[in-house]
Design a protein around this ligand. Sequence first.
Ligand SMILES: C[S@@+](CC[C@H](N)C(=O)[O-])C[C@H]1O[C@@H](n2cnc3c(N)ncnc32)[C@H](O)[C@@H]1O
Length: 193
Amino acid sequence: MFEIIKKYAEENSVPIIREKSAEFLFQQVESKKPKKILEIGTAIGYSGLLMLKACDGFLTTIEKDAERVKLAKENFSKYNFLQRVNIVCDDAQKVLEEYSTKGYKFDFIFLDGPKGQYIKYLPLTKLLLNQNGVLFVDNIYLHGLVKSIGPIAHKHRTMVVNLRKFLKTLQEDNDFSSNFYDIEDGIAISVLK
Ligand SMILES: C[S@@+](CC[C@H](N)C(=O)[O-])C[C@H]1O[C@@H](n2cnc3c(N)ncnc32)[C@H](O)[C@@H]1O
């Protein structure tokens, strides 16, 4: 599905969701049938297209890189999904704060932005979810580093420490029912009770 976009991403080093994780995301959206989806990290729209194809809901997707937003818009347009998407070009933290202040709610949130910020985004995503809403998080194990017991290279350390905090917080939060999957880079699915 959307092979041309996948190829473009590979050739231009745009990070997009990997194959098995993408299938899993598609299945989750297809079975939950969310009416309102929020994505943090649009890149060029690949995962957004998958989610829009999997259901008939509306997608709000946040991306801070203007060049990627432009390409994402072209890609949503190419597959006739532009009327079911709102692409917000801004910093995710700022947008999440604004949406939670305004009381916006979503049925499904795909968290795929800056990994070191997940711990800061978590309370905001919780506020933004409807009851029984799903938080789907990609890259929770960061190439195995999050589960490794050895020393972590300086350049990854903050990200790994923050991801470990994020996973612990999610696991211990009784308002969520969470499952963790060893698919590719690791996926968490948390349902708000
Ligand atoms: C892994 S990519 C998203 C891939 C996309 N979900 C897919 O699978 O097709 C993460 C994206 O988050 C964006 N990003 C990083 N920091 C951000 C921030 N603070 N606010 C919004 N977007 C951010 C990056 O520019 C990048 O395009």
